[in-house]
Design a protein around this ligand. Structure first.
Ligand code: FES
Length: 562
């Protein structure tokens, strides 16, 4: 009997030790498999309902080669997967369910370490939340971004360019035939979206946290180096067992501050704010929106990748990728944080070099003086709201205009393209009942489409405001994550069409220009909308999900919850 966790299953005396060995041997393993070898679980979020992760079985085979080469036993297991394009009402509704699945699958099964195979937006934070709570050695291997789309000489970034081209299609500037061609080539390989959307952001942040091998996050999915680093990660998982390199040792407060710094330098997704707060919460580390804003103010945006910039993830990888970008912001990082390979993050990035300064800028010549995300407060968002300032229009960053209110998304969809919609370029579109409880599930509805009549007038952007999230691939002057949400009586619930809205990003302000007494009078008349679920997982979600500023985890999954 040795002291490995898996030994408690396979080397226990009596009937159950025998039975577990016998049952596993039914999969074709020889008797010496039980001679104290470490067991490495491979947590696979593969699914054909998730195209971004549909190649992860091949990645798992490469991980297995590495585990075997290092003397371990690889055992692959499935969890639910979260395909961003397919799940209704939204994958965010199920991030916590997947995190629970990952945590309990790790906890319940005989493994000494786990390799986490992820990619599409929510799969990375869900796996890291679960692994943090289980707290056995864990290493992340994402599937990598897809290659750039190609259409009639244009390079297309899935997500970002799709939305831009859709505006052209719905205003008659693209034909049905052209639109169908684009459909066939905008997402042409395996892998997740190829802009700095939520998937690329979260896989990059996993590496910035120290939870992936250096250089792992950005290798394109079809590139042979993806499988090579998967194999090396399998080997490393075995080494991590002996070294006791568990998530709570790697994902420290300083490591999370590194991740926030990288988020800001990359112009990464606003969704990362919710996910990082939730991941840190699993380790009893309290991140606040103020941490994000403080770090944003001191971190320049340097990664020239869509949706904030011009290039695609493929270009970012060729320019040196995350290690090169982190090397450029070394003075802003806690360089001594430990990572999965036993080296510090500073050691991992010290020799990384940028080979294309147009894609990865320097701190001295950034694309934007601050980080990608700003945190706003005010009488409309007492607990905070976010704006992706690097993807917003400069002329709208200080704006005052009348609200036009949609009660919910259905109303917005029914009205947005009406020729008689009473809006102009100064109007602030407001949409409510799109938050964690109100939508439900906190969907990516915040990128309210531009009204067709304004697109036809050549107006490309306007201020939009909601308690929803926004896809990481989206852009525009969009204020999101308003907390508390309207469905639980946040002030967004009482905005009326015609009220003046004030947005001042430099002052970090989002306000409604009416007296406080009037806001309180209206809030006194607030009637909560009908709950969406009275049973099942939906009810669990509504009863326990926290607000956006707290990470939207379930309250009972925090350490020490009573
Ligand atoms: Fe999966 Fe974009 S749809 S990453």
């Amino acid at each position: 009997m040795n002291n490995k966790r898996s030994s408690q299953w396979f080397q226990s005396s009596g009937y159950y030790g025998f039975a577990r060995r016998a049952w596993l041997r039914s999969e074709g393993f020889p008797a010496d498999i039980f001679e104290g070898k470490p067991v490495v679980g491979i947590c696979n979020s593969w699914s054909e309902f998730n195209n971004c992760n549909a190649h992860l079985r091949e990645v798992a085979e490469a991980v297995k080669r590495g585990v075997l080469a290092a003397g371990g036993v690889p055992l692959e297991f499935p969890t639910i997967s979260l395909g961003e394009m397919f799940m209704a009402p939204t994958t965010m509704m199920f991030r916590n369910l997947m995190a629970m699945d990952v945590e309990e699958s790790i906890r319940a099964n005989p493994m000494d370490a786990v390799v986490l195979l992820c990619g599409c937006d929510k799969t990375t934070p869900a796996q890291l939340m679960g692994a943090a709570s289980a707290d056995i050695p864990a290493i992340v291997v994402p599937g990598g971004p897809m290659l750039a789309g190609q259409w009639r000489g244009q390079r297309l970034g899935s997500g970002t360019d799709g939305r831009k081209l859709f505006d052209q299609y719905r205003t008659g500037r693209l034909t049905d035939e052209e639109w169908c061609e684009i459909e066939g080539c905008i997402a042409r390989t395996t892998g997740h979206c190829t802009v700095m959307g939520t998937a690329s952001t979260m896989t990059s942040l996993a590496e910035a946290l120290g939870m992936s091998l250096p250089g792992c996050a950005n290798i394109p999915a079809p590139d042979s180096r993806r499988l090579a680093i998967a194999e090396l990660s399998g080997r490393m998982a075995v080494e991590m067992i002996e070294a006791g390199r568990i998530p709570s040792r790697i994902m420290t407060r300083e490591a999370f501050e590194n991740a926030i710094t990288v988020l800001m330098a990359l112009g990464g997704s606003t969704n990362a704010v919710v996910h990082l707060i939730a991941m840190a919460g699993r380790l009893n580390i309290k991140l606040t929106l103020d941490d994000f804003d403080r770090i944003s103010r001191r971190t320049a945006y340097i990664a020239n990748v869509k949706p904030s910039g011009e290039y695609l993830m493929e270009d970012f990888f060729y320019a040196g990728g995350l290690p090169a970008a982190m090397n450029r912001i070394t003075p802003l990082l806690h360089a001594d944080c430990e990572t999965v390979n036993g080296k510090t993050i500073g050691e991992n990035i010290s020799s990384a070099r940028t080979v294309n300064d147009a894609v990865i800028r320097t701190l001295e010549q950034p694309l934007y003086a601050e980080g990608g995300i700003a945190v706003l407060y005010g009488n409309l968002a007492p607990d905070g709201a976010l704006i992706k300032q690097t993807a917003a229009s400069a002329e709208l960053m200080n704006h005052r205009g009348p609200a036009y209110v949609f009660e919910n998304r259905d109303e917005m969809l029914a009205r947005i393209d009406s020729d008689d919609l009473p809006v102009d370029r100064n109007t602030v579109l407001v949409m409510r009942n799109c938050g964690p409880k109100g939508a439900p599930g906190f969907p990516e509805w915040g990128h309210i489409p531009m009204p067709r009549k304004l697109l036809n007038q050549g107006v490309p952007d306007m201020v939009r405001l909601s308690d929803a999230r926004m896809s990481g691939v989206s852009y525009g002057t969009v204020v999101l994550h308003v907390a508390p949400e309207s469905a639980i009586g946040g002030p967004l619930a009482v905005v009326r069409t015609g009220d003046e809205i004030v947005l001042d990003v430099a002052a970090r302000k989002i306000e409604i220009a009416i007296p406080v007494e009037e806001i309180e009078r209206r809030l006194g008349q607030f009637v909560a909308p009908k709950r969406h679920y009275d049973r099942g997982y939906g009810r669990l979600f509504l009863d326990h999900v926290t607000q956006a500023n707290l990470g939207c985890d379930f309250d009972f999954l925090s350490p020490g919850y009573v």
